[in-house]
Design a protein around this ligand. Structure first.
Ligand code: ATR
Length: 288
């Protein structure tokens, strides 16, 4: 970072906690690779300070911001404009500052679709089972519904899944159903399912012994995508691989949402392989 000058443009991430974010290492590697005079830093911002932090983006002329837990929804009243998809989803993970006007985007949704595409998976017309109904599930279910998938949303708190399904049905004609997350509904939905996406935190480090789907319910016909990327291979992914099912790791979505955010700030397409390798090496260091 020795060549930071008075002209260097600043991007960053706001969240709480944010110290373990993969984004600084991914974006800085891509800036270096493309020779762009940009730097990316992590800002820990508490919920109470969010409004002032957003004013700071304008006053310090920060070019771009990623937004992570817990601010993806609560940042919205402080922004000036939104792309339609972010408004529809009701969550923002990327902000672009153009002369003090802040526009909110959601790159989690296209990032997820690109992760599927880069693994040769096309959800159009297929039955997709989504586990969880929180912020990540909202972005993913809008992305899938937009692409013509039929959705079955399973959540521990049934009411949240039901609300999300209701919201989606107002916009899309695809079949969209909500069920409680339990053995019976899993067994019933997995039969005709094409893809299962885990958006819950079950299996995430340090609770790596957990899995949201009992091993005996998995079949080799069902593609498994886990958006948890720490550990890189969750118990769910390992067990699916063991029986010969196709799997997609959460790292792919993480990298692609970053690729699309980077494009919005710089107008250039970053090399996703560099971003992925940086994230892999950081995660490898965490896991060892
Ligand atoms: P994110 O933005 O990552 O989606 P979130 O909005 O807090 O985070 O959502 C977390 C999701 O994981 C929710 O669907 C939550 O289920 P509830 O709505 O019932 O809380 C789900 N989740 C978290 N821990 C879980 C557990 N131990 N078992 C099942 N689901 C769990």
């Amino acid at each position: 970072m020795s060549n930071i000058t008075g002209k260097t443009k600043v991007c960053g991430i706001i969240g709480d906690p944010v110290a373990h974010s993969m984004s600084p290492i991914m974006h800085n590697a891509a800036f270096r690779e493309l020779g762009l005079d940009f730097i990316y830093v992590a800002f820990q911002v508490s919920q109470n300070d969010l409004k002032e932090a957003v004013s700071g983006i304008r006053s310090l002329n920060i070019k771009g911001i990623n937004v992570t837990i817990p601010h993806k929804v609560t940042i919205m009243p402080y922004l000036d404009r939104f792309e339609p998809l972010a408004k529809e989803i009701g969550a923002v993970n990327t902000v672009v500052n153009e002369a003090g006007t802040l526009t909110g985007y959601n790159t989690d949704a296209p990032g997820f679709l690109q992760a599927l595409d880069s693994n040769g998976v096309d959800p159009k017309g297929k039955r997709v089972i989504i586990l969880g109904a929180g912020g990540a599930a909202r972005a993913i279910s809008f992305a899938l519904a937009e692409n013509g998938a039929h959705l079955i949303i399973l959540n521990r708190t049934y009411d949240t899944a039901d609300k999300l399904a209701h919201h989606l049905r107002q916009k899309y004609n695809n079949q969209i159903q909500a069920l409680p997350l339990n053995k019976e509904s899993l067994a019933q939905t997995i039969k005709g399912g094409y893809l299962l996406v885990n958006t819950t935190s079950v299996g995430m480090s340090p609770n790596t012994a957990g899995t949201p789907v009992e091993t005996r319910l998995l079949t080799r016909e069902l593609i498994i995508c886990d958006i948890v990327y720490h550990p890189l291979e969750t118990r769910l992914l390992k067990e699916a691989q063991r029986i010969g099912a196709k799997t997609i790791s959460g790292l792919d979505m993480l990298v692609w949402q970053g690729v699309f955010a980077f494009e919005k700030w710089t107008g250039q397409r970053p090399p996703e392989s560099i971003m992925k390798n940086e994230a892999l090496s950081l995660l490898g260091r965490h896991e060892n």
